[in-house]
Design a binder for this molecule. Sequence first.
Ligand code: CA
Length: 302
Amino acid sequence: MVLKKKPVWIDTDIGIDDAIAILAAMKLEELDIIGFSAVAGNTVLENTYRNARNVPYLCGKEYEVYKGADKPLVLDLRTSAKVHGNNGLGGVIVEDSPLTHTDKLAWDALYEACKEYGDKLKVVAIGPLTNIAITIEKHPDFINFCKEVYVMGGGIEKGNISPFAEFNFFCDPHAAKVVFDSGIKVHLFPLNVTHQVYITEEEFEKIEKMGNMATDLIVKMLKAVYTGRLNAFHQHDSCPLIYLVHPEYFDNKECHIEMEVDDKERIGESRLCEEGSINTVLHMNVDRDRFMETVIDCYSKY
Ligand SMILES: [Ca+2]
């Protein structure tokens, strides 16, 4: 199969930072988004499924969206409504997409897409890893087709929910463990790198002045939640997507990551280990200015 663009699958618990990342990715000309799967995380599945359909539709595109897990593998769901509002988009209401609903579930759709595209398909996971873990468990040959996943999650000696854990891995540490232990190589974009891509007041004003459908939504969502502390907003979920087109912005190293699922205090910790087989490409630094330039350029194309 000769492809002009990189086919991409996005698994998302679409809250504000997911929406902002997806809006940038939709304008990266090198990428061809072929589908979305929705997972519970930032907000409940009903919201993430709806947002994954409606945010692209608002900005002129329709994609197939497949429903996935409504709760983590083992733990109860703990959303982050404080950060993402009751609907995941800071309370901003977006018109419903008229696209027909599908009964096919995330793990079956993702499996079929990987079978069709092989390792050319870039699987990007920007929510808890529940859907990816279920795909691995339900379809044992999935790992023959999917060799790498691009994951926003974790932190190396850094957390944002606890001192040890980042939200996606804290939400479903057992799923993260299944993925790290599966044999699929994880391109990991932890808090250490995502915290480098904050947005400045000046950049926000530039985005606000664009006044298009995408930037109007971005501005409304950020104003709803981050007023007065814009630099607290980080482009977490844009990292793996921008990496697919601009790997030269990032510094990385191969390593072994182990997930903590047992210790009550440290649950959700992604631990960098000296020993153990390589299961991760760990991205720890990014050229912030070039990254933000690229993201802002994407928003200007709406
Ligand atoms: Ca997310």
